[in-house]
Each structure stands twice: as C-alpha cells, then as structure tokens.
Design a protein around this ligand. Structure first.
Ligand SMILES: Cc1ncc(COP(=O)(O)O)c(C=O)c1O
Length: 356
C-alpha cells in the first residue's frame, strides 16, 4: 500500500462556507480569495467548485489569474497586488482581469492602452503596506478616468486588525474610508474577519478568504461556533508501534524521555509534507478517534505520538487537522495561524476531492 499521507478536501463544505459569507453580507457581492493555490487547497478544484455560485475570485498576481483563465474560469478575477509591469497590464486587458492600482507607476503603465479595465484603487487606510493616502485618491481616480482603457474606478482597502473584535484601529480604518464616501464610488474592505464582525464595512464587495476553508478568522472564536465547516482533513496512518520504558527517549535530540512505560505510534507525516517542525510537545493528533499528544521532534517524514491512553493498531488512520480536530487548535500549538499550515503543505501530500 502507498504512503497514506493525504489531504481530503470537502468541496461541499467549501460551498457552504462561501454561502455563509454571502448571507453575512447580503447586499454585497463576494469574490472568493483563492490566492496561493487557494490557501493550499488546489486552486482550480476550488475555483471550479465555486464557479456556479461565486461572484468572482481574487488572487495575488497576474500569473495566478492567468492560471485561472487557462483553467477555463470565466468569472471576474481581481488581482490584489495589481500589475508588476506594463506587459501584465496588457495581459489583464486581454484576459478581462480586474486590477488593483496601489502606486503611480501602475497608472503610467496603462497610459497608451485601449480596452475596458475595471480598476480598484487601493486606499491606505492605516495599514501602511500598499495603497494611496486618502488625500491622493481623488487625483488618482481622475487620472485613471482620463485613460482610454479604464471602464470603472472603485476603491478598496484592507484591515490590519480585523481579527481582533472591538479593536479601535478597525473603527479608525473605516472612518478613513468614509472620508472618501463623497466620491460615490463602489468600495471593498472586508476580509473574512470583517465579514463576520464589522457589518458597517461590508461595502459593495466582500473578499472572504480563510473562512471559505473553514478556519476561524476571529481570535478567540471557534470555527464551529461561527457555523464554519472544515474543508481540509490532513491524514496519514500509523506505520510503527512500540513501547519504551522509563528513561528511554524518542527521536532526534532525545527531547522526549519517558517517565514510565509509554506506547509510541509513529505516523507517516513530517515537515517534508508540510507538517510544521515547530509543533510543540502535546500538539494533538487524533488516532483511533482519540486526541493523543505529539512527543519528540517532528522529523522530515515522521512524527511520534504517545498513544499509551488508547487502543491503537498498526495502520490506524491519524488526523493531523480537519475532521474531529480544529486546524486553529493545532496552529496554536505551532505558534502560527491556520493560513500558514494550509499554505505550507508540500507536493508529497496527495489531494483527494469530495463533493465535486
Ligand atoms: C487584500 C486582501 N483581501 C482579502 C483577503 C482575505 O483575507 P482572509 O483570508 O483573512 O479572509 C486577503 C488575504 O490576506 C487580502 O490580502
């Protein structure tokens, strides 16, 4: 039998999560954010699964947008970092992409082009990563309107602290956008966290990302309490079982030393598959339906789990996150967030799609 390490992707749950985003912001359109290979879930499978219901998609760069078009995706595609050079502006025109413009040079690249581009001016409402200061926006909008290739000008911005409910900076950023309301342009601000907690920021277009994949976008809130369903279950199986005695150690660096007879299950997954080496002792792994603690260091191809408290057989399936084990809980044990766990899975993991 082949190595059992696999990610099972539940496309039915993905569609339910998209629907939750839509109903949370009933008056807004929703572009599913599927950058970085749909947060590691497989971009074309995810885009196809959502194509019958999504209003559009958002990706980081033109290359990611081209992959969608080449994969037959016809819905609107928004490029969140915009064009990287003039040639990418032409590709955007040819493929009917929507471009973010966050700096003057991107306006200049559009100068002699013809066609009908929909542009989103990125407003720096306080995050100070990308975008124009509010005071510059009317002039940028007017320059864009004077170009021969721009059919629509809209505004967008991005929250720095939306994952923290009640954070004062969220109100500040919303106020910065409200200053531009007299321009009467369509606007977009909300990521998943804002979709679920800041209705005043829904605007004309929402941009749900992580919530589509069933992880909680809000600190201190469980995905299940937010009615989100996990999409990815990362699994492998037990390839060895043995008992070590008190004083014996497990794995590299002898970081775990048993204090009593301890049954160790070796599971076929490691950082070579994207399971984080930073996973601390005690990180839960579900084996035979029970949560068992990781012990010892994560190696490239294996992890070791203390299964002394449960009945485990060779070949039993192990869940690293997903069904029965929240990815957010695992992420906390790894000092990271679900986004990173999803994105860092490697090509060695086989993907299986359910509910196409
Ligand atoms: C500009 C922009 N909008 C929306 C999103 C979606 O955010 P989230 O995954 O937190 O919903 C992202 C993701 O980082 C983003 O960069």
């Amino acid at each position: 039998m082949a190595r059992a390490t696999q990610a099972i992707i539940n496309l039915h749950a993905l569609r339910e999560n998209y629907q939750l985003a839509k109903t949370s912001a009933a008056n807004s359109r929703a572009y599913a954010v599927i950058k970085a290979n749909a947060y590691g879930h497989g971009v074309l499978q995810v885009a196809n699964a959502l194509s019958g219901m999504a209003d559009g998609f958002a990706v980081t760069c033109v290359e990611e947008a081209v992959e969608l078009r080449q994969g037959g995706i016809l819905l609107p595609v928004l490029v969140l970092e915009g064009a990287m050079d003039e040639q990418e502006c032409q590709i955007a025109l040819d493929l009917d992409l929507e471009l973010v413009v966050h700096q003057r040079q991107q306006v200049a690249w559009l100068k002699d082009k013809t066609g009908s581009l929909r542009i989103w001016i990125k407003v720096d409402s306080g995050m100070h990563r990308l975008g124009f200061a509010g005071a510059e926006v009317p002039a940028v909008a007017s320059d864009l309107r004077n170009l021969g290739c721009v059919s629509q000008v809209q505004l967008m911005s991005h929250f720095a602290c939306a994952d923290e409910e009640g954070h004062a900076f969220n109100d500040y950023q919303i106020q910065q956008m409200q200053i531009l309301a007299p321009m009467k342009l369509p606007w977009s601000m909300s990521n998943s966290a804002a979709i679920l907690s800041l209705p005043q920021a829904h605007g004309d277009l929402i941009r749900p990302g992580i919530m589509l994949f069933g992880s909680s976008p809000l600190q201190g809130r469980d995905a299940s309490d937010l009615q989100l369903s996990h999409v990815m279950t990362l699994q492998s199986n037990v390839i060895a079982l043995h008992t070590i005695g008190a004083g014996e150690s497990v794995g590299y660096g002898q970081t775990f030393v048993a204090t009593q007879d301890t049954t160790i299950a070796v599971v076929a997954i490691g950082y070579g598959d994207g399971y984080p080496r930073s996973a601390k002792p005690g990180t839960p792994v579900v084996i035979a339906g029970q949560k068992c603690p990781l012990v010892g260091r994560v190696s490239m191809d294996m992890i070791t789990v203390d299964v002394s408290q449960c009945q485990v057989k060779l070949g039993d399936s192990a869940t690293l996150w997903g069904m029965g084990l929240s990815v957010d809980e695992v992420a906390k044990f790894c000092d990271t967030i679900s986004y990173e766990l999803f994105c860092q899975l490697t090509q060695r993991v086989k993907f299986q799609y359910l509910g196409r």
